[in-house]
Design a protein around this ligand. Structure first.
Ligand SMILES: Cc1cc2nc3c(=O)[nH]c(=O)nc-3n(C[C@H](O)[C@H](O)[C@H](O)COP(=O)(O)OP(=O)(O)OC[C@H]3O[C@@H](n4cnc5c(N)ncnc54)[C@H](O)[C@@H]3O)c2cc1C
Length: 416
């Protein structure tokens, strides 16, 4: 890989987004300091004991689907590269045709997918039950390379892989970030007013992505949710693959299925959530409705634990990855969108206005394990002048600037 003049980056946040970008930068020869507000890495959204990874595709071809195809294969390769320390089990994942809409969607995905049978194929109910190891009520799409992993171990492996290039500062919340034009450097100030300088800054702060002046306008949505730690039964211990239905259930790890998950819309800037019995019950009810064979025993919900957290997402359900646009400059440069004088595809992302060497990676919704590693690779490649060969449409679909141009086109204020 090309080594570049860039010497040092600061990554704000040590969840899967921050750890992935630090790893990818190190691959390109760039050292980084990862600042984490809490006392451990992967303690917020990336802190569940087990997370599943599989692609998220649309029935017809779309930049959305294309992004998740790149991302899924990237994560599969990365997990192989990192080895077993990620807690990863490539069990395969079965996406059940659980209702008519899902069946039609799965058929569309299969028809339009360019992947071969090693990556995706359809199983009927009998084949699906045989591969799952338990009786499932319907067939579905099967992704043999998908599976589950331990998010904390995944994050740790990413940082450990380049321990000579990545330094971690825990209990170190970043308060503000400022650019000095004269020295072409960024300085990040912490709570104690200690300042660290670097050539590049990457904001990877999960639900706090908008805590900085430069990124404060990003229109985020927050969705609360809870995973439930369900003790295995004799029947469920036979489950061999991840099964996704209206929720998801992975095979048991140390006798527990970490399955999920509930969804609750939250206000802006939500505080962390407490676990509730109601949410555990909801997860269990959905499972027993969708895969009755896994819920044959009576369950005492009082003996069951869960973990509540906040998903950060966007209105179009795609993440935000790449350089941070200067909002006011874009609103002036692309004013023509309002009157139809220019169209979105006339916008050149490369020649638009940005804060120099300031990047953002986040809003991964329910799929951070699948998508954040690829986001890290995209940013590291762009920051070091070796951009990945992905289509302009995909780059735009996840670019922060899309929110500005869409607001101009619709003649509405950017919703932040
Ligand atoms: C219930 C639930 C179940 C889920 N299950 C899955 C799953 O099975 N598979 C999957 O792929 N995804 C799953 N997700 C989604 C996934 O967890 C997220 O997409 C992902 O963890 C987001 O990672 P992140 O790094 O962007 O954010 P986070 O993991 O929240 O990391 C952000 C970090 O930034 C730090 N930070 C914030 N502000 C500052 C600051 N000022 N200075 C320094 N540090 C700061 C925070 O402390 C935190 O550690 C689930 C989410 C929920 C809520």
């Amino acid at each position: 890989m090309n080594k570049t003049k860039t010497k040092h980056a600061i990554v704000i946040g040590a969840g899967i987004a921050g750890c992935s970008v630090a790893y990818a930068l190190a691959e390109h020869g760039v050292k980084s300091t990862v600042l984490e507000a809490n006392n451990t890495i992967s303690n917020e959204a990336s802190g569940n004991t087990i997370g599943v990874y599989y692609p998220r595709l649309t029935a017809s071809p779309s930049p959305f689907s294309e992004f998740y195809q790149y991302a899924f294969l990237h994560t599969c390769d990365l997990l192989k590269q990192l080895g077993k320390n990620t807690g990863c089990k490539q069990t395969g994942a079965l996406m059940l045709d659980f209702d008519k809409n899902m069946r039609i969607k799965n058929q569309g995905i299969l028809k339009t997918s360019k992947w071969n049978k090693d990556v995706i194929h359809h199983l009927n109910q009998e084949q699906a039950s045989s591969i799952a190891g338990v009786n499932v009520p319907v067939g579905g799409l099967f992704y043999p390379q998908a599976g589950y992993l331990a998010p904390k171990l995944f994050c740790k492996s990413l940082l450990d892989a380049y321990s000579d290039m990545i330094s971690l500062k825990i209990n170190h919340p970043a308060k503000s970030i400022n650019y000095t034009t004269k020295t072409k450097t960024w300085s990040v100030t912490g709570n104690d007013n200690e300042t660290i300088t670097a050539d590049i800054v990457i904001i990877a702060s999960g639900r706090k992505l908008t805590d900085y002046i430069q990124s404060s306008w990003l229109p985020l949505k927050h969705v609360g949710g809870q995973v439930t730690a369900l003790p295995q039964t004799e029947q469920s211990s036979k489950l061999k693959v991840v099964v996704a239905h209206k929720g998801y259930i992975p095979p048991a790890v140390d006798g527990i299925h970490y399955m999920g998950s509930t969804f609750h819309r939250l206000d802006k800037n939500p505080e962390l959530l407490a676990e509730t019995t109601k949410d555990n019950l909801e997860n269990i009810n959905v499972l027993s409705e969708q895969i009755p064979s896994l819920c044959t025993n009576k369950i005492n919900t009082k003996e069951i634990n869960g973990r509540a957290q906040i998903r950060t997402t966007t209105l179009d359900h795609l993440p935000i990855i790449g350089r941070v646009p200067i909002l006011l400059d874009w609103q002036i440069e692309y004013k023509g969108l309002e009157k139809g004088k220019i169209t979105e595809n006339m916008i050149s992302l490369d020649s638009s206005s940005y804060y120099p060497n300031l990047y953002v990676t986040g809003a991964f919704g329910s799929h951070g394990m699948t998508s954040a590693p690829f986001a890290g690779a995209m940013i590291a490649a762009e920051a070091t002048g070796n951009p990945l060969k992905i289509t302009k449409e995909v780059k735009y679909a996840v670019h922060a600037g899309r929110f500005i141009t869409r607001a101009l086109k619709r003649r509405v204020a950017i919703n932040y």
